[in-house]
Design a protein around this ligand. Structure first.
Ligand code: HEM
Length: 415
């Protein structure tokens, strides 16, 4: 590759850990480019950014996911050999199962369940010295996700289960003890959910047919065979864990309400469009997934660069959301940028790009948005609270990141 900038250094894995979300963008800015080559985890890697790069990245003729996710991510975040690592017809067949569980009625139902839980927490919060919004949201989302999916869960175990789901998510950028904590959390959760799947298969548990537990216990892969109980558990976890992850966006939503109070008034109108724009800007503005990874399926040339079969390629999500060529004044939090905006599959990609029915884009965006909107509405219109002094900064070298204090509120009162 004569034509694209090359990052210095034999291996930049440690620099990636240090620079975090900014690793790719720093080099794009330094080399005045939208594509460069580097070395990570002992291999050549091409990093790219921009809307055109996103389109290429989601072309299934050019990229595949097989071999893209490192083992340590599969052992914590995804689960081994799960949907994220699949390609072609086998992937699309499994994807349809996820899509069919995330219909509009299901999105609304989940959001209503979350609001009900928030409402029921008000009294407890009023009596509490202080409330950690991130932790409360995790527990609520874990309870709701399990109840909705049909997974039995005792009230006494919800807090620990929620912590395990969060640990699987928050260990993805880690090495050392945090990584191993993420693995232990995954093992505990997989053992638990695998047993639940087996209870359904042996008729000891009879869940509602329209919901995820029943669906995954009975799902047949493209070869017509039922998934083994471990694989079924892993895919069911791929429904529950990301619902718990919405706690991160609820927390960033609360931070946005504090840092940009001028939007409180607009949101008091409870206008669904205002809520939607606010939630979309939270997903653009605050960092969560830093980049996406795929491997070149067969040789091709694009943007003056040779993509050789097997090469690992990273698409910079954080960089795209902060690219002034794509977003006017990206460092400003401005929900109104979403007013009358034409829908585009490739510029707002916190949950992946392209058509979710045809590629790897997240099937859970509808659920995420509905739960975010309901939670923001709750915080604006259903409770008064104060925000005591605390460290609300979030680090860009920690992936994924979060306000350090988790967002503490006090003097909560029902409105
Ligand atoms: C895939 C982010 C919520 C289920 C993804 C991808 C991202 C993502 C970045 C990968 C896209 C790609 O590889 O091209 C998020 C974020 C969420 C969220 C930031 C908010 C907290 C959800 C929810 C669900 C869900 C609520 C389900 C209830 C999935 C599944 C995949 C996926 C099953 C794999 C899809 C595939 O490989 O075809 N998500 N997601 N996610 N997400 Fe989400």
């Amino acid at each position: 590759n004569e034509n694209i900038p090359k990052d210095e250094g034999l291996d930049n894995s440690l620099t990636l850990m240090k620079e975090g979300y900014l690793f790719i963008k720093n080099r794009m800015d330094r080399y005045h480019t939208d594509i460069f080559e580097t070395h990570l985890m002992g291999q050549k890697v091409i990093c790219m950014t921009g809307v055109e790069a996103a389109k290429i990245f989601y072309d299934p003729e050019r990229f595949q996911r097989k071999g893209a996710a490192p083992n340590r991510i599969q052992q914590t975040l995804f689960g081994a050999n799960a949907i994220q690592t699949m390609d072609g017809e086998a992937h699309l067949h499994r994807k349809q199962q996820f899509m069919s569980l995330m219909t509009r009625p299901h999105q609304k139902e989940l959001a209503n369940m979350v609001v009900q839980e928030f409402e029921q927490s008000i009294h407890k919060w009023e009596l509490a010295e202080q409330v950690n919004l991130f932790e409360e949201s995790q527990v609520i989302l874990c309870r709701v996700a399990c109840n909705w999916a049909g997974i039995p869960i005792q009230e006494a175990e919800v807090t620990d289960r929620a912590k395990d789901f969060i640990s699987m998510i928050y260990s993805f950028g880690d090495i050392g003890p945090e990584h191993w904590e993420g693995r232990r959390a995954r093992n505990r959760v997989e053992d638990w959910i695998q047993q639940v799947i087996e209870d359904v298969r042996s008729d000891q548990l009879k869940p509602n047919q329209d919901y995820p537990l029943y669906a995954w216990a009975n799902f047949k892969d493209i070869d017509g065979k039922r998934l083994d109980s471990k694989m079924a558990a892993i895919e069911l976890i791929n429904v529950i864990r990301p619902i718990v992850a919405i706690a991160t966006y609820i927390t960033f939503g609360a931070l946005a309400l504090r840092d940009y109070p001028q939007y409180q008034e607009k949101l008091q109108s409870r206008d669904p469009e205002e809520l939607e724009m606010f939630a979309q800007e939270v997903r653009r503005f605050y960092p969560f997934g830093p980049f996406l990874a795929a491997r070149v399926k067969k040789d091709f040339e694009w943007n003056n660069c040779q993509f050789e079969e097997g090469t690992l390629v990273l698409l910079d999500v954080f960089g795209l959301h902060n690219d002034p060529n794509v977003w006017e004044k990206p460092s400003e939090f401005r929900p109104e940028r979403f007013q009358d905006r034409e829908e585009n599959f490739y510029d707002l990609i916190p949950q992946g790009g392209g058509d979710p029915n045809k590629g790897h884009r997240c099937p859970g965006e509808g659920i995420t948005l509905e739960i975010m909107k309901a939670s923001i509405d709750f915080l604006v219109n259903r409770v008064d609270y104060e925000i005591p002094a605390q460290d609300l900064s979030y680090s860009l070298s920690q992936m994924p990141t979060l306000p350090k204090s988790g967002f503490i509120i006090n003097r909560v009162k029902q409105k």
